[in-house]
Ligand binder design. Structure first.
Ligand code: GLA
Length: 388
């Protein structure tokens, strides 16, 4: 794969000079969904699929980019000055966003570069192809321009890029999980303090299977922002009786049950209920993972899905169908939607000996019910971004 990207680079931009190769992973969230903008705990991991980039620094201020995923767009060219979102720059806006964010945070990027990339994360799958590209570019900027920051800082700058330049109001989970990924480990992250611990994922005779609904994620961004707003508004209501609370996740489920009537809107009450119980489930899931108790871990995944369906209402018929078919299969320890929802993927833990039949059965029934195919990938937990 890398050879192909390198050849395309040489073909488009010439062979001279120092050409460097990089990789950044995608991510999957095991549990802790819609928690990262509410100050609670999440449990994602980096994947071995991700984004490859080949790059060479230039002596002028031009940026020339080519993606093997968007060959029809050709070479997209821009400059490092006056960076603004321009729809005609398409996917390159993510690159501009990160350069802009580095500059905003006081890191000088004084030269341009030529860049070719290829992503192995299916587009629109909710496995964070955009955060993967952002972190890849962050890593490239750090190495090319000798910028002395940690990967945690890089993840915050990339989130800033996504929030302020791209205009998507995401939390820190995706960028953090990608920047700080560790092979065969999940990351137990407190999104309020950014304290984190690695949790080895020892599945013995089980595999993590990612199933892709292949549903186009229409309205996902506006619905996402709507959920954020509902949480922010609920927090304001709760503060009337508990002014010391800074984020929703500061409340325990028990405290919430005692004061929930202060939230007048029943829908908002359900949103907060999801957040608090999901935060609780995530902490328990981390404990079970440490004890290698995958059976109990799996039960929490199932409860998480139920809560995302009934209380947070971010699933939809495709995700629910995929999960409900998965639950019926032999050898399935747990299954839930992962990521923002409204389409995208599910994560299932499946006994290795049943993986093939799982894919066959779930694939068949999903197609019968939904009318088009799902895709399946057996996930491997990968490492942080690196120069190859
Ligand atoms: C998207 C966002 C994340 C997180 C998840 C939901 O992936 O980018 O910040 O909020 O949705 O858990």
């Amino acid at each position: 794969m890398l050879d192909k990207i390198l050849n395309v680079f040489k073909e488009k931009f010439g062979e001279t000079g120092t050409i460097l190769k990089f990789f950044a992973p995608g991510r999957i969230n095991l549990i802790g969904e819609h928690i990262d903008y509410n100050g609670g705990c999440v449990l994602p991991c980096a994947l071995t699929i991700g984004t490859y980039g080949v790059v060479r620094k230039r002596e002028d201020n031009k940026i020339r980019c080519y993606s093997l995923n968007f060959e029809d767009k050709g070479i997209i060219e821009t400059e490092i000055e006056n960076l603004k979102y321009q729809s005609e720059h398409n996917w390159v806006n993510y690159i501009k966003a990160v350069i802009w964010a580095f500059e905003q945070k006081g890191h000088k990027i004084d030269k341009g570069f030529d860049f070719v990339c290829f992503g192995t994360i299916p587009n629109g799958s909710g496995l964070s192809s955009s955060a993967s590209l952002e972190i890849l570019i962050s890593k490239i900027l750090i190495d090319l321009f000798n910028i002395n920051i940690s990967m945690v800082e890089a993840s915050l700058i990339s989130q800033f890029a996504e929030n302020k330049f791209i205009g998507v109001n995401c939390g820190i989970m995706d960028q953090f999980a990608i920047a700080m990924g560790k092979k065969d480990n999940a990351i137990f992250l407190n999104t309020n303090t950014l304290d984190y611990k690695y949790a080895p994922v020892k599945l013995d005779d089980m595999k993590i299977v990612i199933s892709n609904t292949n549903k186009k994620r229409e309205l996902a961004d506006s619905k996402y922002n709507e959920r954020r707003k509902e949480c922010e508004n609920s927090l304001l209501e709760i503060k009337k009786v508990k002014p010391e609370i800074e984020t929703l996740a500061d409340l325990t489920p028990e405290e919430f049950e005692n004061i929930k009537d202060v939230i007048k809107d029943e829908t908002w009450q359900k949103r907060v209920k999801h957040v608090l119980y999901e935060n609780d489930r995530t902490k328990k899931a981390y404990e079970f993972l440490q004890q290698n108790n995958i059976i109990e871990f799996g039960k929490l995944l199932n409860l998480s899905h139920k809560s995302l369906k009934e209380d947070y209402e971010v699933t939809g018929v495709e995700l629910d169908t995929l999960v409900e078919i998965s639950w019926k299969q032999e050898g399935v320890i747990g299954s839930r939607m992962t990521g923002a929802g409204f389409g995208g993927c599910t994560v299932s833990i499946v006994k290795e000996q049943f993986v093939d039949i799982f894919i066959q059965n779930v694939g068949k029934e999903y197609k019968e019910k939904i009318g088009y195919d799902a895709d399946f990938y057996v996930a491997e937990i990968g490492d942080a971004p690196k120069q190859i």
